[in-house]
Design a protein around this ligand. Structure first.
Ligand code: MG
Length: 453
């Protein structure tokens, strides 16, 4: 059977891999899966989103589902809305951090989380085996507006932190939504809790003219300058607002496992322990903090949906992704850039010092990443061969939760993992020095080359 879903829903270039006709048929399949339920539909600020939204709504209505239209909003806000207003499910039109020509469709379950793989397979079966339900003319769904999702979200999210305490610090925060939809929430939420907000790239624009939809340190130079000259913190969000990357008061931008570790430490201390869920690609730092502050760590496969479902299963305290995904279950089980920002401000309030000083106190690890081209059909064979080779090497531990993770010693590992969507194999390494990490990556890249040849 064919596959529609990747790691995060259905993604593709608009008009090419993801056409209007295809979107209608996908939506008919999603609607058949929900079997006439009430579905909340939202969309991001991409150029093709209003078109795809109409196609998706048409498909859902034609399958007999009723649709509530939430309008343009960040993905975590739609997810919050599904749960808060008790919808049977949700559909979000977004391609998150992908380039502007891309778009995608995410299917949200009644718990606000993207549906797990086994449920996606049910939709794929309906789609590919043509088990689509087409409602009769007098049984098609009804459509209504649901205009209150953003307001409800803002009112609820600020209850997750001590607003009075944070407000007393009069933080100055640079907010950079990257021309994405977090413009609709993050600056407003921060103003509500007494921050002075300076925005950049806050005009929603599907062409992402500012710095592109993905907040990686090398495109955040202006944010860095703005924060170092005149603010306490910078936050840069991805296109649909579920990931947040922070810049400290000196203008240094930190990757997500550092900011995640800081929030982790704070929560474990506050709660006296807890369960932390993170993918195998994350830094050892996350584990070290967990060990030190009475936490338990659960490693998962890479992918935010996996982290969400694991958090739900184990009643976890926090989920962390190295790309800036923070999952805070008391708010919701999915990653949320605004929630991450509120937690970070709470940490700064609690610690009483700047982010740069807090980062300085963390144990230091160095990461290095690379990739090598590998056609989809060869990935399985290459990985099998790699595993055989690796088993003959000296290693403290070999893990196969996702790809192959080889622990060379307790602070040094390399992860070889085929991408779920692109024709590449990724190589990640971590060590106590940059040179060691780079050396590891080069060594395994060479091995992969050998196997591929
Ligand atoms: Mg995203």
């Amino acid at each position: 059977m064919g596959k529609l879903f990747g790691t995060n829903g259905i993604r593709g270039k608009f008009g090419d891999e993801l056409t209007v006709e295809l979107a209608v048929k996908i939506a008919l399949s999603i609607g058949t899966y929900f079997n006439g339920g009430e579905i909340l539909v939202g969309f991001d600020g991409r150029v093709s989103s209003p078109i795809l939204k109409r196609a998706v709504i048409s498909g859902l209505l034609a399958s007999g589902c009723n649709v509530a239209h939430a309008g343009m909003l960040p993905t975590p806000v739609l997810q919050f809305g599904v749960k808060y207003f008790k919808y049977d499910g949700g559909v979000m039109i977004t391609a998150s951090h992908n380039p502007p020509e891309y778009n995608g469709i995410k299917v949200i379950g009644p718990d606000g989380i993207e549906i797990p793989r086994r449920e996606e397979e049910k939709i794929e079966e309906i789609f590919f085996e043509n088990k689509i339900h087409r409602a009769a003319w007098n049984e098609v769904g009804r459509i209504k507006e649901e205009p209150n999702v953003i307001q409800a979200y803002i009112d609820e999210i600020i209850k997750q932190v001590n607003v009075r305490k944070i407000a007393s610090r009069k933080f100055k925060v640079v907010v950079d939504p990257g021309n994405g939809v977090s413009s609709l929430t993050t600056p407003i939420v921060l103003k509500r809790i007494g921050c002075e907000v300076i925005t950049i790239n806050d005009v929603i624009d599907g062409k992402f003219p500012g710095r592109g939809p993905e907040p990686i340190p090398k495109v955040l130079g202006i944010v860095s300058k703005m924060v170092s000259s005149n603010a306490d913190l910078g936050v840069s969000l991805d296109g649909d607002g579920d990931r947040a990357i922070f810049t400290d008061e000196k203008g240094v931008t930190h990757w997500g496992d550092k900011s995640g570790a800081i929030i982790e430490k704070y929560l474990l201390q506050r709660e006296g322990g807890g369960i932390i869920v993170t993918p195998v690609s994350s830094s050892k730092l996350i584990e070290e903090i967990a060990m030190k502050y009475n936490g338990e760590i659960i490693w998962t496969r890479v992918g935010s949906v996996t982290v969400s479902h694991k958090l739900k299963e184990v009643n976890g305290t926090l989920g962390i992704e190295e790309n800036g995904g923070i999952f805070y279950p008391p708010h919701q089980l999915v990653r949320d850039g605004t929630m991450a920002t509120l937690l970070m401000l709470e940490v700064l309030t609690h610690e009483g010092e700047g982010l740069s000083k807090i980062v300085d106190k963390l144990p230091r690890y160095y990461n290095y990443k690379d990739k090598i081209p590998c056609p989809h059909n060869l990935k399985k064979k290459v990985m099998e061969k790699m595993l055989l080779e690796v088993k003959c090497e000296e290693a403290v531990k070999i893990e196969t939760i996702d790809g192959i993770k080889i622990w060379k010693d307790e602070n040094k590992w390399v992860l070889i993992r085929p991408s779920g969507t692109e024709p590449i194999i990724r190589i990640y390494a971590e060590a106590k020095s940059n040179e060691e990490a780079k050396e590891l990556v080069e060594k395994y890249k060479e091995k992969l080359r050998g196997i591929l040849a």
